[in-house]
Design a protein around this ligand. Structure first.
Ligand code: AMP
Ligand code: MG
Length: 417
C-alpha cells in the first residue's frame, strides 16, 4: 500500500435520535469511523523517534548474538559443588571484541572479561573477586551454578522475534533495542499534517497593538505546541474572522495542504457560530453534543475529503477536547491506534458533589501522593491549565467525592505532553 485510502464523506454521521452522546460512545464512534490517512515511508532507525511503525519489525539477529560473559572473571565448564576446586589456568584471555581462539577443557579455566565471547568448552564464569590465583592454578570455592555469570545467545531476543507491531510509536529506548538486533531501516507512516485555524471576530494575534475589546488568540499557539509534542506537522492558517466566505477560503486552503483540519471557535449552533453553520451547509457536518464538561459541541465534518474537527473556542474547553477527543482521533489518522491515556488511582484532597449525566474533567495536580483540584471550575479560568499537571476524570454517573476517596487522575504526560 502506498496510497492511503480515503475517508467516507459521511464518516461523522451520528445515529438518529441521539441527543447527548456519552464520551465512551463518542470515542467508540471516532475509532470505528477513522483510519490511517497517511502514506508510508522508509526511515533510518536512528532518526525514527516518535514515528509510527507501518509494519511490524522483527529482530534481524539474536541479542546477545553470541554467548558471553556478564562479569570480569574466569571461564570454565559446568557447575561446582560445595567446597574448594582447583583449575589449571590457560595462557591467554578472552576480551570483548577479542575472542579466544582455543578451547577450554574440563578442569581448565581462562581469564575472561565482561562482554567477551565464551570460549569453546566453557559455559560458566566465576567472578574474579571469588578466586585465588597461584601461578597457573586457580582456586574457586563452590557452590557455583552451571551457567552462572554467563549470558546465552538470544536469551534477550531471538532472531526473527516480532519486537513491535504496526501502529507502535517509536520511543528512544526502542531505538536502542532495534539497533541491538541489527535493524537499520523501518517502515513508518509519514507525519500527519494538521492545519490549525482560529476563528472569531474578537481575536487578534498577540504582540500587536490590541484594543481592550480584543482577545489574544491563545488557542492556536497552544494547540500548535500540543501537536508538535505529538510529532505532527502543523500547517498554521492563522486567525479567520467570523465571515462565511473567509472561513470557506481558509478551509479550502487548509484542505489542500493538510491531512486533517483543527479549528477552534464558532463550533456551536448560535448566530455567530460560523464554523458550524458553514460545515453543516457544505461540509457534511454532524454536531456532536458530547456529554462532557468542559466542552460544548464538537463540530465534526469533511471538507473536500479532509476531516475537520471544530473545537470550542474557550481555551480550557479547546485544550481538554483536544486531549480527550482529538488526540485519539489524530493518532488513528496517523496510523497508530486508539488507546486510553494511562490513569492513576489516587486519593482526592477535595470534596465535590457531581450530578449524573456527563463526564467531567477537572484541572488537577498531584501533590504528596494526593490529587488537588483547581479552585474554580469556570472554563474561563485559563490559568488553571498551567496550575494543573493533569486532569481528574469523574465518571458519567453521579458521584460524591470526599477527601481521601480514590479518584482517577490522568497526568498530562499520559496525553503525550
Ligand atoms: P466561541 O466558541 O467562538 O463561542 O468562543 C467561546 C469563547 O472563547 C469566547 O469568549 C471567545 O472569545 C473565546 N475564544 C475563542 N477563540 C479563542 C482563541 N483562539 N483564543 C482565546 N480565546 C478564544
Ligand atoms: Mg466565536
Amino acid at each position: 500500500m502506498t496510497q492511503a485510502p480515503k475517508l467516507r464523506n459521511d464518516c461523522f454521521a451520528l445515529p438518529a435520535g441521539v441527543h447527548w452522546t456519552p464520551v465512551e460512545d463518542a470515542l467508540a464512534l471516532l475509532e470505528a469511523r477513522l483510519q490511517t490517512v497517511v502514506d508510508i515511508e522508509e526511515r533510518a532507525v536512528d532518526t525514527s523517534d516518535g514515528r509510527i511503525l507501518a509494519k511490524a519489525v522483527m529482530a534481524h539477529r539474536s541479542h546477545p548474538p553470541y554467548a558471553n560473559s556478564a562479569v570480569d572473571g574466569y571461564a570454565l565448564f559446568g557447575g561446582l559443588a560445595q567446597g574448594e576446586h582447583c583449575f589449571e589456568l590457560r595462557d591467554g584471555r578472552a576480551a570483548a571484541g577479542d575472542a579466544f581462539a582455543g578451547s577450554v577443557a574440563p578442569g581448565q579455566a581462562l581469564r575472561i572479561l565482561t562482554g567477551a565471547a565464551l570460549p569453546e568448552g566453557a559455559d560458566t564464569v566465576v567472578l574474579q573477586e571469588d578466586v585465588f590465583v597461584e601461578g597457573s592454578k586457580l582456586y574457586v570455592n563452590g557452590p557455583l551454578k552451571q551457567g552462572a555469570n554467563a549470558r546465552s545467545s538470544g536469551e534477550d531476543v531471538e532472531q526473527g522475534a516480532v519486537l513491535f507491531s504496526a501502529g507502535h510509536v517509536i520511543q528512544p529506548q526502542d531505538i536502542g533495542v532495534l539497533v541491538s538486533v541489527g535493524v537499520v531501516q523501518v517502515k513508518v507512516f509519514k507525519t500527519l499534517r494538521v492545519a490549525l485555524i482560529s476563528t472569531g471576530a474578537e481575536l487578534c494575534a498577540p504582540g500587536i497593538d490590541s484594543r481592550l475589546d480584543q482577545i489574544f488568540d491563545a488557542n492556536r499557539p497552544m494547540l500548535r505546541a500540543v501537536l508538535q509534542r505529538w510529532g505532527m506537522q502543523v500547517v498554521d492558517m492563522g486567525i479567520v474572522p467570523d465571515d462565511a466566505s473567509l472561513v470557506c477560503q481558509a478551509l479550502d486552503e487548509a484542505a489542500e495542504e493538510a491531512d486533517v483540519i483543527l479549528t477552534s471557535g464558532g463550533a456551536s449552533a448560535g448566530d455567530e457560530d460560523h464554523m458550524s453553520s458553514i460545515l453543516s451547509e457544505k461540509g457534511n457536518m454532524a454536531l456532536w453534543r458530547i456529554a462532557v464538561k468542559p466542552g460544548r459541541p464538537l463540530a465534526l465534518g469533511m471538507w473536500k475529503g479532509v476531516p475537520v474537527f471544530g473545537l470550542p473556542g474557550n481555551p480550557v474547553a479547546a485544550f481538554v477536547c483536544t486531549l480527550v477527543f482529538a488526540r485519539p482521533a489524530l493518532m488513528q489518522l496517523s496510523g497508530s491506534s486508539f488507546s486510553d491515556p494511562k490513569a492513576l488511582t489516587l486519593p482526592a484532597t477535595f470534596a465535590k458533589n457531581k450530578k449524573a449525566g456527563r463526564r467531567e474533567y477537572l484541572r488537577a495536580r498531584l501533590r504528596n501522593g494526593a490529587v488537588e483540584a483547581f479552585a474554580s471550575e469556570g472554563s474561563g479560568r485559563v490559568s488553571g491549565l498551567s496550575w494543573a499537571d493533569g486532569l481528574v476524570e469523574l465518571p458519567d454517573e453521579a458521584i460524591q467525592v470526599t477527601a481521601g476517596q480514590l479518584i482517577r487522575f490522568i497526568p498530562y504526560s499520559s496525553f503525550g505532553l
